[in-house]
Design a protein around this ligand. Structure first.
Ligand code: NAP
Length: 485
């Protein structure tokens, strides 16, 4: 066991959280690996369908009392959890690095971001209002109430194990919903840490339940088939999202789906190149490229392509790669072998299609899933690397000559989550942003995520929004009462 794990192990429960108790899993245990060594360092409980249904029952039983608490009480629980998360940034970030691999600075950034969702939704909890007014015909009053949807099933990915949990749990608790969280099997420890903090902050038994699984399909399907589950909030791949939407359709479950992306980053001829490179580094390299918002395709006007490529190549080559907890490391290992192998295949396919590697293009080190920051120029339209999420530290560059060509290329994908535009002319940037089919567009910025802003995608990148006020709406239903007095 590593010294880092010894330092934090006592803070991380390894059971399933059901009805306020940490219990053993009916499917045995699940090993958690450190991606920088590819070695398992701890086991956590693995749940099956029976555990999932026990968690659903606990959430259902706790529902009425939680919905009846005052909004201010719910706000204060969330606020205490926010404060605890901020106090324990280092410990949570360390746990996250150990199971996910990301660089410690990325992990600290994520914990702060995750905590902000708890603060934002604690602030909104006391501001949920219905409306009252006379009908246009004057025959009655129209009253509307906002009420909690009910038991919410949450299925989250490994790439942001803390923030994807709090982005869902925060608004659910604020709205008065109860929760069953199914974290990714690669990163159960961060979720359990967050669960413990919530319990310590005063979340009553059964209001938040966590079921880690070694095999997600059957337990999640069992929950979606259960009449007590009224909400699904899923973040993950479009492929799995489609399966869950079909399952949810059978009982018409309310769905929020945050799915895959394929973000274009477009650099126009009038862009400030230093700013564009700095933005591209953030948009590409946050989490070593393992982000749904990661710049996946970089389109650069031919007039500035030479200067941009040179500067981006230098910045990428200067990144320090190594185990996420080591001093000064900016790029940790990828999360597992499959992710590393997919990155390698996509790079090979780009080279086969005529691309030139400017830096990187290789594994790093003897063990763990490290891959060098990579820039590929001269990538042709239609190359496989432009068609799917790379999920790694690889920047493919394509050149263009006109605004229309850039917009058409940016929109040439079934996905529509994020996009980035760099130009010295704000009006041009805003016009282009409106023409791009993406739920979120950064203009002269490589980072957009903010708990107070609506996060989500168009097209096959998802349904509904998280964060902002929309993120709370997703856990509320509107009831209309017609009355006359
Ligand atoms: P994934 O394979 O779709 O898994 C996501 C979650 O779904 C995990 O908890 C996984 O459990 C579970 N799952 C997998 N197969 C399932 C099934 N048949 N039935 C029920 N649950 C199932 O995605 P990932 O590889 O973890 O995450 C990367 C993807 O998430 C990327 O596409 C990325 O773009 C997307 N993402 C989107 C956003 C957004 O906000 N739009 C944010 C972050 C990530 P196991 O871990 O046990 O397999």
């Amino acid at each position: 066991m590593s010294e880092a794990w010894n330092r934090v192990a006592g803070r991380v429960p390894t059971g399933l959280l059901i009805g306020g108790e940490w219990v053993a899993g009916s499917a045995g245990v699940l090993e958690v690996e450190d991606p920088s060594t590819a070695e398992a360092f701890v086991e956590v409980a693995a749940g099956d369908e029976s555990d999932m249904l026990a968690a659903v029952a606990a959430a259902h039983d706790a529902g009425p009392a939680w919905a009846a608490t005052s909004p201010r009480d719910r706000a204060e629980v969330l606020r205490r959890a926010y404060e605890a998360m901020i106090e324990q940034v280092d410990e949570i970030a360390t746990v996250m690095v150990l199971e996910n691999g990301k660089a410690y600075t990325d992990a600290v950034g994520e914990v702060r971001y995750a905590a902000e969702f708890l603060r934002w939704f604690s602030e909104l909890a006391a501001h949920v209002h219905g409306q009252s007014g006379r009908a246009p015909a004057g025959d009655k009053r129209i009253l509307t109430n906002r009420r909690p949807v009910g038991v919410a099933l949450m299925v989250t990915p490994w790439n942001f194990p803390a923030a994807m949990a709090t982005r869902k749990i925060g608004p659910a608790l604020a709205a008065g919903c109860t929760v069953v969280l199914k974290p990714a099997k690669l990163t159960p420890l961060t979720a359990n840490y967050v669960g413990r903090l919530l319990v310590e902050a005063g979340v009553p038994d059964g209001v938040v339940n966590i079921v880690t699984t070694a095999s997600a399909g059957a337990p999640v399907a069992a929950a979606l088939a259960d009449d007590r589950v009224r909400k699904l909030s899923f973040t993950g791949s479009t492929e799995v999202g489609r399966i869950l939407l079909e399952q949810a359709a059978r009982r018409v479950v309310n769905c929020s789906m945050e799915l895959g992306g394929n973000a274009p980053l477009v650099v126009f001829d009038d862009a400030d190149i230093d700013l564009a490179v700095a933005g591209a580094m953030v948009a590409k390299m946050r989490n070593a490229g393992e982000a749904c918002t990661a710049a996946n395709r970089i389109y650069v006007h031919e007039a500035v392509a030479g200067a941009f490529t040179e500067e981006l190549t230098a910045a990428m080559a200067a990144q320090k790669v190594g185990p996420g907890l080591a001093e000064g490391v900016e790029v940790g290992p990828l999360v597992d072998q499959a992710t590393r192998d997919k990155v390698e295949e996509l790079v090979a396919s780009a080279v086969d299609a005529g691309g030139t590697i400017r830096t990187g293009g290789n594994r790093v080190g003897e063990r763990g899933w490290f891959y060098a920051p990579t820039v590929i120029s001269g990538v042709e339209a239609g190359s496989p690397i432009l068609g799917e999420e790379i999920f790694g530290p690889v920047a493919p560059i394509v050149t263009f000559t006109s605004d229309d060509e850039a917009v058409a290329a940016a929109n040439d994908t079934p996905f529509g989550l994020a996009a980035y535009v760099f130009t010295g002319d704000l009006a041009r940037g805003l016009n282009i942003a409106e023409r791009i089919e993406a739920g979120m567009v950064g203009v002269n910025r490589g980072l957009m995520s903010d708990p107070a802003a609506p996060f989500g995608g168009l097209k096959q990148s998802g349904l509904a929004r998280e964060g902002g006020t929309e993120g709370l709406d997703a856990y509320l239903e509107t009831q209309y009462i017609a009355a006359d007095w």
